[in-house]
Design a protein. Structure first.
Length: 475
């Protein structure tokens, strides 16, 4: 942009201030008012919506075919400048919409002045932003599907790899690593379902609502909605320009997905600690220490974990922008894009980083297997055996096995190392049959209920997930 543009920011030559104002903005107000440093990310969507709008203006006879063709040629030139990253930005032009309009005028002259017929920046930005969120959803959904596919591959590989399952971060029961990974597959699946729901809700077109009251021009809103892939035009012009529910939906979905990413990252952090020693992160996803030569830090996972807080903060930011706003549009809404763009960046980066970590993950199966035998993780299996084989009420069986654990702990042995005679001294009903269920491998195989940890159920879960979430083509 030339210096002339900035000098014309006050008075009749400025495209927005027009003939109403005789003086330019105060320098601070110009900086406050400008959003180009943020909303330039909407450039592709703004061009796309402008193509749809000009086609409709021609089809309805509002502008001539020659004018429309000239505008389309100019828009293509501006689009190429944006693609080539040669478009210069000037705060005096405020936002991406006015930058595109100014460049269009530079290329084709006064025909560019007809593009904004039957359109306001209010419905323009609402349309662009919905298009951007829709595109972002499509990209993040692909990334989440790749994460699911990676988790499924690990689950299938490790359907029989034993590890301790935890409650309260204390050893609880023996499970398989495949079972653990499948929990995240279905967790991410719910995130993807929220993406699909939110995408469906936002897929209505504000274009043609103008400032807030519609227009006196005989426009065809259904035509522009269809051209842009929306399900329908929005039903109320005031709602069309002032609604930002779709932004809150985006931020809410991102925040919860971020929490799920953080939980998976925390597992990576814990398991890579030498005290656990369950996994080894690839060097490409680890960092060193400036002072301790031996360190191998899971910084990528830690950064993903930290971003969950920022994602929650972006949700609050978005909600507070909307709080107590009267209908219809207010300048506050200019502030809705910063948290949304930032949320998308964090969400995508975290999803891709965890996929990268998992793709290159080395599992220490022996360490997991040893840990699976600690903490009396077969105690519930012993209680279940008493219920199945001795018809003992579960609460009584729970009490009996609790006494067995206390005795074993005192002796410094595991349950399966406790002599049968010692067990029978504490509970005469016990016979040698109990020894068969105390082996961790058998305990895992016994938990064969739907959704259970047995290798058979894990493999069935992988198969269900690949079908349910359409993961076959993801690998």
């Amino acid at each position: 942009m030339s210096k002339k543009t900035s000098q014309e920011s006050g008075g009749a030559k400025h495209p927005v201030r027009g003939g109403r104002f005789a003086r330019g903005l105060a320098p601070l107000m110009e900086r406050m008012n400008a959003s180009i440093h943020v909303d330039k990310r909407l450039a592709e969507q703004d061009i796309r919506a402008s193509f749809a709008h000009v086609a409709m203006l021609v089809a309805t006879g509002i502008i001539s075919k020659a004018c429309g063709a000239n505008i389309e040629r100019g828009l293509k030139r501006v689009a190429q400048e944006i693609a080539d990253n040669t478009l210069a930005y000037d705060e005096a032009l405020e936002d991406i919409h006015m930058h595109i309009e100014a460049r269009l005028h530079h290329h084709i002259g006064d025909d560019a002045l007809s593009l904004h017929t039957a359109r306001s920046r209010n419905d323009q930005v609402a349309t662009d932003f919905r298009l951007w969120c829709r595109d972002a959803y499509d990209q993040i959904d692909k990334a989440m599907a790749r994460l699911q596919a990676c988790l499924c591959r690990h689950a299938e590989t490790h359907a029989e790899t034993l590890m301790p399952g935890y409650t309260h971060l204390q050893n609880a029961q023996v499970i398989t690593l495949g079972h653990h990974f499948m929990a995240y597959v279905f967790m991410v699946g719910r995130d993807r379902s929220r993406v699909a729901d939110a995408r469906r809700r936002l897929n209505e077109c504000p274009l043609g609502a103008c400032a807030l009251a519609g227009t006196s021009f005989a426009i065809d809103r259904a035509m522009t909605a269809q051209a842009l892939g929306f399900a329908k035009p929005m039903d109320n012009a005031m709602d069309a320009v002032s609604d930002r529910d779709f932004v809150v939906d985006f931020l809410s979905t991102a925040a919860l997905a971020g929490v799920h990413l953080s939980r998976l990252a925390e597992d990576m952090i814990l398991w890579s600690n030498p005290s656990f020693g369950f996994i080894r992160l690839d060097e490409r996803w680890s960092t060193g220490s400036s002072i301790m030569p031996q360190k191998r830090n899971p910084d990528a996972a830690e950064l993903v974990r930290a971003e969950s807080g920022a994602l929650a903060g972006h949700l609050i930011d978005g909600l507070m922008v909307l709080k107590a706003l009267p209908l219809a549009y207010s300048k506050d809404m200019q502030r809705d894009k910063q948290p949304t763009f930032s949320a998308y960046d964090s969400w995508m980066q975290g999803t891709q980083a965890l996929t990268g970590m998992l793709d290159t993950l080395h599992v220490e199966q022996e360490a997991m297997g040893r840990a699976a035998r600690l903490g009396y993780t077969n105690a519930t299996d012993a209680a279940d055996w008493l219920v199945h084989n001795k018809k003992m009420p579960f609460r009584k069986a729970h009490h009996v096995v609790g006494a067995l654990v206390a005795h074993a702990e005192k002796e410094g042995v595991t349950l399966d190392e406790l002599p049968l005679a010692t067990m029978q001294a504490l509970c005469p009903d016990i016979d040698e049959g109990i020894l068969a269920v105390l082996a961790p491998e058998k305990a895992v195989r016994a938990r064969n209920s739907l959704g259970g940890t047995s290798p058979e159920q894990v493999r069935l879960a992988v198969k269900r997930a690949r079908q349910m979430f359409n993961l076959e083509e993801q690998g």
